[in-house]
Design a binder for this molecule. Structure first.
Ligand SMILES: C[S@@+](CC[C@H](N)C(=O)[O-])C[C@H]1O[C@@H](n2cnc3c(N)ncnc32)[C@H](O)[C@@H]1O
Length: 225
């Protein structure tokens, strides 16, 4: 049986949105979201950025009558800061400049306005709850099962590990844990997402159901993390 595909207008909104996810991974994420939403539980994303992947979770949530929740402090990850590989100068808040003790001035990013415009333009605002803050703090407040957890936040061991420990325990039986940027070969990318993916498999609580480039989908098959 073929995977469910998003409506053409949803796919077009995804393709137009700023972000890092290629289309084939997006289609795999959407298929996972459709499957998980059938559990009747919320879908949660860590790493909203400008809403590119959120669009897919929101569309699946809308069609199943559930809610997509997305968490981000909207200040960007390490590699998105000025001077780094993934920086987008169009996502800086010109009014937020911080001056260090040595006089160095740095700007702050703010992806929240772009995210809100993206979601509004896609007509999906009503199906999303956006949590603005640090992922571990949001996870510490969370107290209910989730149909899907999509981890695409900070890519250091500290951040990815905290995302796994904070959110994976909430994946319901039969629910899905999706991890982005899983690179078994260090030559292809950072290893933190790969390490949490390995932790999930080695826990015995999750089993892999699909691999699309760096996007891995795991299903909860036992208790624990
Ligand atoms: C790779 S981007 C997400 C890309 C997005 N999922 C997409 O498909 O376009 C990672 C995002 O995680 C956020 N982030 C990083 N560490 C975080 C943390 N500890 N808590 C909340 N958000 C975090 C960053 O601000 C950034 O927007």
């Amino acid at each position: 049986m073929s995977n469910p595909a998003p409506h053409p207008e949803v796919l077009a909104a995804f393709e137009q949105a700023k972000g890092f996810m290629p289309v084939d991974e997006g289609l795999a994420l959407y298929a996972a979201a459709v499957e998980a939403a059938a559990l009747g539980l919320p879908l949660l994303e860590v790493g909203t950025y400008c809403g590119r992947s959120t669009i897919l979770l929101a569309a699946a949530a809308r069609d199943a009558g559930v809610t997509a929740v997305t968490v981000d402090h909207h200040r960007g990850s390490e590699e998105q800061q000025p001077g780094w590989e993934y920086h987008d100068a169009g996502l800086v808040d010109p009014e937020l400049t911080v001056t260090a003790a040595d006089g160095t001035r740095t700007v702050r990013m703010d992806t929240l306005p772009t995210f809100r415009r993206t979601l509004f333009a896609a007509g999906l605002e009503d199906h999303v709850v956006a949590l603005v803050g640090r992922s571990p703090r949001a996870a510490a407040l969370w107290g209910r099962p989730l149909g899907l957890v999509f981890v695409d936040g900070g890519h250091t061991d500290e951040h990815a590990g905290a995302d796994y420990e904070g959110w994976a325990p909430h994946v319901a039986p039969g629910g899905l844990l999706v991890v982005h940027d899983v690179f078994p070969d260090p030559a292809d990318g950072g290893q933190a997402p790969y390490r949490i993916y390995r932790r999930a498999l080695e826990s015995g609580a999750f089993a892999e159901t699909s691999v699309t480039r760096s996007l891995r989908v795991l299903r909860r098959v036992a208790d624990g993390v």
